[in-house]
Design a protein around this ligand. Structure first.
Ligand SMILES: Nc1ncnc2c1ncn2[C@@H]1O[C@H](COP(=O)(O)OP(=O)(O)OP(=O)(O)O)[C@@H](O)[C@H]1O
Ligand SMILES: [Mg+2]
Length: 146
C-alpha cells in the first residue's frame, strides 16, 4: 500500500503506526534516497516501543544503535557499508533474530542477506515536503488503514 506524507511530523506518525504493529522477530527494511525521511520514520517507529524520539539520530560512524527496551530495538544504518560487502564484521547478525526488532536504513546494502520475510518501506521524495511512503510485505491488508 502507499500513503502520502506532507510533513516530517506526518512521516513520524506513520512510523508510529507501523511500530505499533511490529513484534519481536520483525525486520523493517527502509529504502529511499539521502534525506528521503528514513530516520524521521524511525523516530516514530521507535516511539511505539517507548524510545524517546530524540534518541534516534542519523549515525555518523555507528552502524548499530541498540535500545534496551522490550523487545530489544536495533536501529541499523548501512549507509557506510557498500552494497555487496561482507557484513559479517558489522555485528548486524547478532542483532537480527526472533527476540528483537530491527529497523534497517539503506537495506539495499544487505539486500540478499536479509531474511526474505521482512517488511519493506520505501520513501520517495515527491518534491517540497511531500513524500510517498510504500509499505509492502507481511500481510499487506494489515497496513491499509494507515
Ligand atoms: N514529509 C516529510 N517526511 C520526512 N521528512 C521530511 C518531510 N518533508 C521534509 N522532510 C525533511 O527531510 C529530511 C529527512 O531527513 P532524514 O534524516 O529523516 O532522511 P534519511 O532518509 O534518514 O536520510 P539519510 O539517507 O541521510 O539517512 C529532514 O530534514 C526533514 O525535515
Ligand atoms: Mg537516515
Amino acid at each position: 500500500m502507499k500513503v502520502i506524507s506532507n510533513s516530517p511530523e506526518a512521516t513520524e506518525e506513520i512510523g508510529f503506526k507501523i511500530g505499533k504493529k511490529l513484534k519481536a522477530g520483525d525486520i523493517v527494511r527502509l529504502y529511499g534516497e539521502l534525506g528521503a525521511g528514513k530516520t524521521t520514520l524511525v523516530k516514530g517507529i521507535a516511539r511505539a516501543f517507548g524510545i524517546d524520539r530524540r534518541d534516534i539520530t542519523s549515525a555518523s560512524f555507528t552502524i548499530i544503535a541498540e535500545y534496551p527496551v522490550n523487545p530489544p530495538f536495533f536501529h541499523i544504518d548501512l549507509y557506510r557499508t557498500s552494497a555487496g560487502a561482507d557484513l559479517d564484521n558489522t555485528g548486524i547478525w547478532d542483532c537480527i533474530g526472533p527476540h528483537s526488532v530491527c529497523v534497517i536504513e539503506w537495506a539495499e546494502h544487505a539486500e540478499d542477506e536479509l531474511p526474505v520475510d521482512s517488511l519493506r518501506v520505501t520513501i520517495n521524495d515527491m518534491g517540497g515536503d511531500q513524500r510517498e511512503i510504500g509499505i509492502e510485505g507481511r500481510d499487506e491488508k494489515d497496513w491499509d488503514y494507515l
